[in-house]
Design a protein around this ligand. Sequence first.
Ligand SMILES: NC(=O)c1ccc[n+]([C@@H]2O[C@H](COP(=O)([O-])OP(=O)(O)OC[C@H]3O[C@@H](n4cnc5c(N)ncnc54)[C@H](O)[C@@H]3O)[C@@H](O)[C@H]2O)c1
Length: 348
Amino acid sequence: MKAPIGCAVIGYGPLHNFGWAHSAWIEATPELSLLAVCDLDPARTAAAKEAFPHIRTYNDVAEVWADGEVELVSIVTPHFTHCPLAVQAFAAGKHVVVEKAMCLSVAEATQMIEAGKRARRTLAVHHNRRHDGNFRRIREIVGSGAIGEVFEIELYAGGYGPFRHGWYSEKAKSGGAFYFWGPHAVDWVLALIPERIVGVNGYFHNRVWHEITNEDQVRATIRFANGCAADVTWSHIAAIGKPLWRILGTKGGILDTGANAIPGYEKGIRGPVGGSLTLVTYEGGERKEEQVPYLESDWDTYWQGVADHLLRGGPVPVSGEAGRRTIGVFEAAERSSQTGQTEQVPYE
Ligand SMILES: NC(=O)c1ccc[n+]([C@@H]2O[C@H](COP(=O)([O-])OP(=O)(O)OC[C@H]3O[C@@H](n4cnc5c(N)ncnc54)[C@H](O)[C@@H]3O)[C@@H](O)[C@H]2O)c1
């Protein structure tokens, strides 16, 4: 394979401008070249052509599969389409970057992983928010040992009100409430605690917004082999909120309200800007509390990672197996919510 690598974006949607973002990231990566955009909706491909006049556009993925110059596709469509589109792309000899949520089940994830292996093509899951400035700082602090061994994590987002957000609100198409922000959150936790998952407990609620098929609130408690427990909650019925991150280690802790990042990052390609977190450490019995600024977000480096992998054999930025773990946590949490038992995540 040689540069530039011909790329196509499948899905150029209006909800988060994310087909545009994928196109802009590819254009901003010197060794990748945006050749085409595909969307079922001609109005969306017209918008893509306006933003990127040099591209060709398609309204049927079969035309992308037949386009011999396209070597890599980025799938930016609703969750229920990710597995079938990825399997078709591999059968057409394309490499695949697929958006979060990777797919709707562990079985689908395995299908995608195996299709990629059969075709000797790369599968990468787009967990760009590993490159958020706050998470980069948290990872740096935890990695430095400044707060000792992490034994407890709480991660929360949400509010009170019906989540009316097109297909995202339909469980059959989205996967459920955990599949919107949850893939970022669980992927952060699994990246931060490189330990085997020994069990998951889940608590799902459908109590208020009955006209919406997604759950009102979802919560998973992930237990790791080293005894660390991570609690991840997403809610539409939380009248009282919690900080974004609360992390406890044997020598200190981190509190990140997440409240002071500057909004509007979806219009750029670097990610969230600004903000700081609270770091508490104990040294010789002395308590020290300080405000630590976030690192810079660098979402676009994910794509340089894709080019490095395809051209120079670097690591896959986020592998299908890593993506499958996150889906495995959602599935185990939902099962646990029904059985009342601790459930296992496959392939651990
Ligand atoms: N990583 C992030 O930070 C982030 C942020 C926003 C969205 N996303 C992800 O991006 C994906 C798309 O979400 P969105 O908000 O852009 O949704 P959207 O509804 O705005 O866009 C989806 C587009 O896909 C098109 N589409 C559907 N099926 C298709 C098919 N078979 N062939 C071609 N086009 C098809 C639709 O016409 C629509 O224009 C989801 O996986 C979502 O979770 C990720």
